[in-house]
Design a protein around this ligand. Structure first.
Ligand code: FES
Ligand SMILES: [Fe+2]
Length: 475
């Protein structure tokens, strides 16, 4: 066994189905039990995992159980308004103290023999202590085992590795860019989940590339813009979308195309563009935009200004769009390694979390987040019961994405199908994610993994397929 900090080359040779060519991903990685077991052992315990949204635990004592790959953690709002996390196991005989959700303002009581713990995890009661040898009641050993926890963007994240780099660093540059969209001010509007009969990285891979949009989501492409050359240009749903056609179409067409896109995002993701925002965009679409070279941009900026005014009137916190323009931060899909991503357009954003339930089964969750005026946010959201992936209650866009996945998972098992061949650029993120997982399995040091994480964490479609050396993963 090679230690975490030692050179990796020797161990890497032992990573099954490792990636030796960045744009070729061996199929077995998505169903092989040994590969999955290595992920459970060497990857998941070392990464930051989004454990809950903070509005799930608004009051002191509110807790949620977060579990993934057989590890269950209690995330609890403490008396000071901060967040604690503990391993979900009684120090007596290991019974899980909590399941799902609840409030432990008066502390945790183990259902088996009644041992008690407070919100800070301190043991407060042992029933009939005389029955135990003193060595087994050492107070230092009776408290709940803490789990590392930190917060960002309205979410609590946990990490089982006390030596992993801090959360914030692990989320950059995603975190700074999503701060510009006021990620921490958004709240849950709706939350749904599904169980997909596919590997978790396969499910993820359907969302961190824009190459599929033209074919899978044809309704997002305005009629008349479907030329072969631009075939995947419109596949990055960003605010400058229409400006790609600047100068190629008259002002009116550009504005209409952009509005078409916004309407389809509003309906297709049930709120990604909110009702109020769409109404603003509709109202402004009648304005005159004399210069075709800047028409889409001018229209977009006009929408930004009107949303800002609407925020001032209603008290809804609206991001500083001037800052967003100045920094060149565009809307689109923003990914945070390993299993979390956002898709902000204006003030609202879908949020996703992807967890494995086995080599070929995945719990896939989707939220729509939106900001509310003070006091207007809905109460604690209910944890959803998974809907079937083809349940017609899903908005059309995820329904379309889910429809391909089971077929892809089955296709990967086909005799003679050796590897997925990835496009450069537009599918680069898939390669980087896969090789970063190899890095964890190989036991590459934290410093290198952090560097590779930061190169893999950001805006989909805007990163390079980095060379193996960058990952410290020379084949
Ligand atoms: S297992 Fe918890 S009190 Fe016995
Ligand atoms: Fe999609």
């Amino acid at each position: 066994m090679v230690s975490k900090s030692s050179p990796n080359s020797e161990f890497l040779l032992n990573v099954p189905y490792r990636i030796t060519e960045p744009d070729r991903i061996p199929a077995e990685r998505y169903y092989d039990q040994d590969f999955y077991d290595l992920e459970v052992e060497r990857f998941w315990p070392h990464v930051w995992q989004m454990a809950c949204r903070l509005e799930e635990i608004p009051e002191p004592g509110d807790y949620v159980e977060y579990s993934n790959v057989g590890q269950s953690v209690i995330v609890v709002r403490n008396a000071k308004g901060g967040v604690n996390a503990f391993q979900n196991a009684c120090r007596h005989r290991g019974v899980q103290l909590v399941q799902k959700r609840g409030n432990v303002r008066n502390g945790f009581t183990c259902p088996f023999h009644g041992w008690c713990y407070d919100m800070e995890g301190a043991n407060t009661f042992v029933y009939s202590p005389d029955h135990f040898r003193d060595e087994n009641l050492d107070p230092a050993e009776l408290n709940l085992v803490p789990c590392r926890v930190d917060t960002w963007g309205g979410c609590a994240f946990i990490n089982h590795d006390n030596h992993a780099p801090p959360l914030r660093e692990s989320l950059e540059p995603f975190a700074t860019n999503m701060d510009a969209f006021n990620a921490d001010q958004m709240r849950t509007e709706w939350w749904e989940s599904t169980v997909l009969p596919v590997n978790w990285r396969l499910a993820l891979g359907a969302f961190i590339e824009g190459y599929h949009v033209l074919t899978t989501h044809p309704q997002l492409i305005p009629p008349g813009t479907r030329d072969r050359e631009g075939s995947y240009a419109p596949s990055r749903p960003d605010i400058e979308y229409a400006s790609r056609y600047a100068g190629t179409a008259d002002s009116k067409t550009q504005v209409e195309n952009f509005l078409y896109f916004l309407r389809n995002l509003h309906v297709g993701m049930n709120g990604m563009v909110s009702e109020s925002e769409l109404a603003i965009a509709e109202r402004l679409s009648g304005a005159e935009f004399p210069d075709p070279a800047t028409a889409s941009r001018d229209y977009t900026h006009m929408i930004y200004e009107a949303i800002t005014d609407w925020g001032k009137e209603t008290g809804v916190p609206v991001p500083d769009f001037n800052h967003i323009i100045e920094k060149g931060i565009h809307s689109g899909t923003w990914y945070a390694f390993p299993n979390f991503f956002l898709q902000p357009i204006f003030t609202s954003s879908p949020q996703y979390r992807v967890r494995p339930l086995g080599p070929e089964e995945t719990l896939f969750e989707v939220w729509n987040l939106t900001p509310y005026a003070p006091g207007e946010a809905p109460p604690t959201p209910e944890e959803p019961t998974p809907m079937a992936p083809d349940d017609p209650r899903w908005p059309i866009i995820p329904l379309q994405d889910f429809s391909n996945l089971p077929r892809q998972q089955r296709g990967l098992h086909a005799k003679g199908f050796e590897y997925m061949r990835l496009a450069q650029g537009v599918e680069a993120m898939i390669s980087n994610v896969e090789r970063l997982v190899d890095g964890y399995i190989a036991g590459v040091g934290h410093e290198r993994l952090l560097h590779a994480t930061q190169l893999t964490t950001g805006r989909v479609g805007h990163i390079d397929m980095h060379s193996p050396e960058v990952f410290g993963l020379e084949p």
